[in-house]
Design a protein around this ligand. Sequence first.
Ligand code: GCB
Length: 587
Amino acid sequence: MLYPQSNASRAVLDLSGLWSFRLRETDPWRNIAVPASYNDQVPDPDFRNHAGLVWYRTKVTLPSCFAGRRVLLRFDAVAHSCRVFWNGGEIGAHRGGFLPFEIDLTDRLAPGATGEVTLEVDNRISHSTLPIGTEGGTAFFGSDNAGILSVEAGKRFQQERGINLPAFDFFNYCGINRPVRLCILPEKYIRDITLVPALDGTVRFEIDAPGIPDGETAVSALDAEGTEVASARGAKGAFRVERPHLWEPRPGTPYLYTARIRAGEDTYDLPFGIREVKVEGTQFLINGRPFRFHGPCKHEDSPFRGRGTDPVVNMTDINLYHWMHANCFRTSHYPNAEEMYQLCDREGIVIVDETPAVGMWADEHYGWDLAEYHAQVLRDMIARDKNHPCVVLWSLGNEPSTDTYPEKARDYWMPLYRLAHEADPQNRPVTLVGCQNMYERDLIIPAMDVVFINRYYGWYNLSGDLEAAKFALRMELDWWADKGKPMVLSEFGADTVAGLHGAPAEMFTEEYQVEFYRAMDECLDERSFVVGEMPWVFADFNTCQGPMRVGGNRKGLFTRDRRPKMAAHYFRGRWEKQEQDDRKEPR
Ligand code: GCB
């Protein structure tokens, strides 16, 4: 699905602003800002902790100058599922809170007329949503005191009120988290574009424009100055850019071309980069050169907006990545807003794109009926993000159980692994992010193109003892060393209260966070098959309440309002040096 665009043949009307909102069907309507999570916009625990349906409503007018045009109502993301009503009648529904969907309003909204759109949004999480809710089981953190009569009764009490606790460690921010727009297009229009660039400048293309003859379809490639450098006719084929400027994941060099597509009356400008991603032996290659991932994982989380999209927050965050000399992040634990990928295309930051399959750590989860829906989400994510040069790797999910029933895990994940390869026209490498577990029993994580493992030696285990943590990590790395795969330490971190200091360094102090990273890095630097480190996490973030969380998850290198802790300075120095080394001689 193409991102909305205003150009010579298309217009976009942004429906951001104040909408009417209510938590219960019987409540009076009140104001709420869109796009943003609703949870933090009202200082009322009902808003923060609500589990169930909520309603949004607004008026939509189509200016009369758009007579004869096709009109699509596009939602970039509504968490977690919703039904859409037009003037009271249901016109569509969508499952999943992190990917876009659109509804055709052409026959419903006449030029010059006004209609009313109402959304019934469901934020409940369960065994059939991604991410996963507990359905009365153990929350992500905290003791479940299984078997104690009164505690079990308390859990049933929660469940009867529709409350499933998140089986994941981030706040269940919900609502219309991303922009809503009216897209006004020619009656027959370009529905999708696929580009597959190669290093020699050849770009294969396919244009999906239903009802428009191939003869009326063409593409021209423009360089960064807007000069045409290649062209081709037809809906499918290839063009060749001579002496191409490559898209490189380095600040200042992510060269972007534009594919200007024409089909009938419609036109669409799609930025693209020429770059190649490959795994060879224990190396991850971008444009044939070994690439080392260094950048913290990232949540969509900020004060006031919750998980709501904000271009200023995005820009600030990416500039902090540049400040740290970070070159990548993982969209932990769901596909991010499309604006972020556009920004990273332009800024040369690499993205590992992850589905919202998080919280599948319960041993029994392979018995749930999720595989088909998971496959759909994976397909949709790839369809949305396939053309972005910044996306170099797909992540099928985060930290599922893979060691209790290794065969069941294999039967669940391998079809998804194959699907990701088939669905991606650029055939990027695929991974699944592994939990700290009995890795020697695991059949799945070692089978991925790149091994991504999350480890908390020195934090959740061997707590406070960094010598023991190093000993254990080295022992594990020995085990991975002969698997012949590139590896990334895809999470490691320590909760740190900004401003809390200690000599000697103890857990939760800024000094401990730095010592922790220094200790882990010492082990990683000894291994050439380790091609990256992704500290957990970029910034402190909001999460569910629990005895191990004081005002959210504090493992940020930055506070939630983006002030650097000492560890941010540590990585800034380390990654600047790595950046210089990488420039000098490829490993
Ligand atoms: C993990 C999870 C991440 C958590 C993190 C933590 O392994 O992947 O979602 O937030 O640990 O801080 O515990």
